[in-house]
Design a protein around this ligand. Structure first.
Ligand SMILES: C[C@H](CCC(=O)O)[C@H]1CC[C@H]2[C@@H]3[C@H](O)C[C@@H]4C[C@H](O[C@@H]5O[C@H](CO)[C@@H](O)[C@H](O)[C@H]5O)CC[C@]4(C)[C@H]3CC[C@]12C
Length: 851
């Protein structure tokens, strides 16, 4: 089996059926031992071994102090990168309540319950098992897993993966299982409440499994689905003792849900898990309160085998002893008539309402505690809610996805990429918390007092949201990267983007005077200066929001892109939401960061200069003097300052920035335009004529805000078109046969720019942004070709489904699995929607849409 989006498929409806061949999904078969890359070409994570010894020493000393002396997680662990496992599928759970990822073979294998901290472990007891009975006798009982583990040996393992297909279209996934020799087909739909513009149900830590049973026989069959789960997540904590299980039944508004709650009693961030099923006419729910998942499993297996149900003892289990592990099971059964159809509904809920980060200084209440108890007893109510609302969720998800899935002009891979890349919004170590009810302005604003009129109302109403730069780069809301990813948030949960921006605005006006040494240059400087945008809002191992700038590779007060990216997002957000109070609040902050930025225009030519080090998001790619990337972002930000001043009637500021824009545009063209594209920088160094794939980043944002023509044209249209064509010709078609997206830097000779580790990388999120820019500029086919290379490389060739990395090289090396930036694919969607709104739809045709 390979990761090939074979015949396109859409999710099955809320009734029988295996899906209809219309649109896209990520779709592998469940065979064992799938390898997405050939054995001769093993791909390796970028790690300490890739950095010259002399350079890595400072990092190593810091790493040693952090991990060995302070006994903490480093925000980036270059010495033990997460090994590549080509196993992942669609994660479970809403936004910010923790996530549990299932593999495409059905395993429960990636856990993030403690915010921002991942644990990669397949827990073998976590399974679905089917039992079929005819005429009162069990005829078939099978764990729906291809595994053959050493534990639970009395269970019937080793289901043949050839008979099943997995499909993922986030936030849904579905697997079709044929049961060999039984003439019965099971389809399990997995649904999580991830619903655009919904700020309630989207926060819930639940997933629902709807099992559709089709009986192709001429006689009735009794079908049972058993869901077993270990108390814990497969860490050593599972053996610490004191965990216990308890059966429950929860009835409300005429619906009864029953199952088992598994209480996981750790000193920090205790939680409970609940497995459950919905009772209804013709459906019986039974349970097994406690069994040993490290034993043979005989007691559970035999219990089910006997009558297709579990014994359902009353009462809770005794707490586990130290060294002991416990599991539970719930079973739903129904009779399916000959040639008929039945449905069984099961759910998984988890409840860790109150969380501490690594420093344990502050207690945070998750967003869902606004709607459910925060006492740690909400799992039954969450289960009931999930099992009675999922149909509504499915309907809303369908309404949202349908127009895109049914657009025959869009290629299937794009539909898969667009929805499936969204996994990172929940599975990016995401945390969404409430402001404490007694919280006052001062608590949130910091000592400097931000004077933001809507700060408290916004945070009170929508909470605080943060997601990691990457599962391996544990910094929250890394802002230079969020710039790319933010399109997903502003288009789908705009209030979360606004809330995030308020948090950034607060950090801008505050400072952290502590001194520290930076890894790259070795200099010592303050952690955070006033009036600059931070790199990130902190790390999960410490106290995010409270202590910002976990990143200590560079002193980012001297980075050139962060302040500009704030201004660009403020206007983009305003343009898309028309939220004038937000604009008014952000305006003084924009002015403050632009004042700081103006200091980088040392020669007063209206254009900022880079400082001769890697002072922007490409944090290992040195740039000196005027540059296409930062200079372009600067001009776009100056243009947006003019536009915002116009909207707010601030004539003085309008005049100031209009004058800078005039001067800056002229300097940019003079210093960087070479007749075909914008040079990497104006240093005159060997690589200053490098063709940077991201050279039109400023234009990308201008275009997204319709500020790219007429009185607001910053970059001559013909120059933008020529630059994008050059990038397409050199960085896309001239790299890896045009099949792997755009390499970051390419020399005009056609040789890759190897001057830095990052110039020779492809950054997936940058490629999607580039594709969006191409679409905005009418190079639609080129845009799709460019983006397709990344999708095919990541999801098909490298087997990195649901863990899209930040970067890969042409051969062998990738960097930072499960990364934030690829969410920028939503800017392609924005660009397409704009085009569709402007022009009448062209006649339907196969393949990519017409330019
Ligand atoms: C410590 C080394 C140099 C010491 C010296 O000069 O004496 C560093 C040399 C190379 C660094 C690594 C490299 O830059 C890649 C990783 C970057 C990562 O930072 C994030 O990366 C994003 C770009 O992919 C960026 O946009 C974002 O803002 C950053 O947060 C940090 C880890 C790196 C592995 C980095 C680690 C230090 C070096 C080894």
């Amino acid at each position: 089996a390979t990761f090939v989006a074979q015949r396109a498929a859409a999710p099955p409806g809320r009734g029988p059926g295996h899906g209809h061949p219309q649109s896209a999904a990520h779709k592998p078969k469940l065979g064992r031992g799938t390898k997405a890359t050939s054995a001769s070409e093993p791909w390796q994570p970028y790690g300490a071994a890739d950095v010259p010894l002399a350079e890595v020493l400072r990092y190593f000393l810091w790493w040693y102090k952090k991990t060995r002396q302070e006994k903490k997680y480093p925000f980036i662990d270059l010495l033990s990168a997460v090994p590549l496992q080509q196993i992942y599928g669609c994660p479970l759970g809403g936004i910010g309540g923790g996530t549990i990822t299932r593999g495409w073979r059905g395993e429960f294998c990636r856990w993030q319950l403690n915010p921002g901290i991942y644990h990669y472990e397949t827990v073998i007891a976590d399974q679905f098992t089917v039992c079929l009975r005819r005429k009162g006798l069990t005829v078939y009982q099978q764990v729906l897993s291809v595994e053959r583990p050493r534990t639970l040996q009395d269970w019937n393992w080793g289901y043949c993966g050839h008979y099943a297909f997995y499909h993922a279209l986030y936030p849904r996934a579905w697997t079709v299982y044929e049961l060999p020799g039984q003439n019965v087909v099971l389809t399990c739909r997995q649904v999580s409440p991830v619903i655009p513009h919904d700020y309630q149900d989207s926060s819930l830590p639940v997933g629902v499994f709807i099992w559709e049973v089709e009986n192709g026989n001429d006689e009735d069959v009794e079908v049972s689905i058993m869901f077993s789960l270990q108390n814990g997540t497969g860490t050593k904590e599972d053996k610490r003792g004191g965990h216990w299980n308890e059966p429950f039944a929860f009835e409300k508004e005429g619906t009864r849900v029953a199952g088992v709650v598994l209480h996981h009693c750790t000193p920090v961030n205790p939680f409970s898990l609940a497995i459950s099923a919905r009772e209804k006419a013709g459906t019986r729910v039974s349970h097994f309160t406690a069994f040993n998942p490290t034993g043979s499993g005989k007691e559970v297996w035999q219990d089910l085998l006997q009558d297709g149900q579990l014994d359902s003892p009353a009462g809770e289990s005794a707490p586990t002893e130290k060294g002991e592990v416990v599991a539970a099971a719930v079973c739903a059964s129904c009779a399916v008539p000959a040639r008929g159809h039945g449905t069984l509904e099961l759910a998984l809920a988890w409840d860790m309402p109150r969380v501490h980060f690594g420093s344990k200084e502050k207690l945070h209440l998750r967003r869902y505690t606004r709607y459910f108890s925060s006492e740690g007893d909400a799992a039954p109510a969450l289960s009931h809610y999930a099992l009675t609302r999922y149909e509504e969720w499915e309907k809303k998800i369908e309404e949202w996805q349908k127009p895109i899935l049914e657009n025959s002009q869009l290629p299937p891979w794009y539909k898969s990429a667009l929805f499936n890349e969204l996994y990172f919004l929940t599975d990016g170590g995401t945390i969404w918390v409430e402001l404490p009810p007694d919280c006052c302005a001062e608590d949130v604003q910091g000592p400097a007092g931000a004077g933001l009129s809507q700060l408290l109302p916004v945070l009170r109403e929508y909470g605080r949201f943060a997601y990691l730069e990457g599962q391996e780069y544990r910094m929250y809301n890394t802002y230079d990267v969020h710039f790319y990813a933010s399109f997903a948030l502003i288009m789908l949960w705009p209030k979360l983007q606004i809330s995030l921006q308020y948090d950034i605005a607060v950090t801008v006006v505050n400072e952290d005077v502590q001194l520290r040494q930076y890894l790259m240059g070795g200099e010592t400087a303050q952690v955070k200066l006033k009036n600059v945008v931070p790199h990130d809002i902190g790390e999960p191992g410490d106290e995010p929001w409270q202590r910002v700038n976990a990143y200590l590779v560079h002193d980012t007060a001297n980075w050139k892109d962060l302040n500009l990216k704030f201004v660009l997002q403020v206007y983009r957000d305003y343009y898309l939401t028309q939220d004038s109070l937000y604009l008014q609040d952000m305006w003084p902050v924009c002015q403050a960061v632009m004042e700081s930025e103006l200091k980088f225009d040392k020669d007063n030519d209206g254009l900022i200069e880079n400082g001769g080090f890697a002072d922007q998001t490409y944090d290992a790619w040195v740039v000196t003097g005027a540059s296409a990337y930062c200079g372009g972002l600067w001009l776009a930000a100056v243009c947006m300052m003019c536009k915002m001043a116009e909207v707010l009637g601030d004539r003085e500021t309008m005049q100031k920035y209009s004058a800078i824009l005039q001067k800056g545009k002229e300097s940019f063209e003079r210093l960087l335009w070479n007749g075909k594209y914008y040079n990497y920088d104006s240093s005159g160094n060997v690589t200053s004529r490098s063709i940077m794939s991201d050279q039109c980043a400023g234009q990308w944002f201008l275009g997204a805000c319709d500020l790219d023509q007429g009185q607001f044209e910053v970059f001559p249209k013909s120059h933008v078109a020529s630059a994008l064509r050059t990038v397409f010709e050199k960085n896309v078609l001239g790299f890896a046969g045009g099949t792997m997206g755009a390499v970051n830097g390419m020399m005009p000779t056609g040789a890759a720019d190897t001057s830095s580790v990052q110039s020779k990388e492809v950054w997936v999120g940058v490629v999607y942004a580039l594709a969006a820019t191409m679409i905005q500029e009418g190079l639609v086919e080129e845009g799709f070709h460019t983006a397709e290379g990344c999708y095919r490389t990541v999801w098909e060739k490298l087997g990195m489904a649901f863990q899209t990395p930040e970067a890969y090289c042409e051969k062998k090396v990738y960097r930072s699995l499960a990364y934030m930036r690829p969410l920028s694919i939503w800017s392609m969607q924005l660009a397409l929607e704009r085009r569709a709104a402007r022009a009448p739809a062209p006649p339907a045709q196969a393949g990519a849409p017409r330019p």
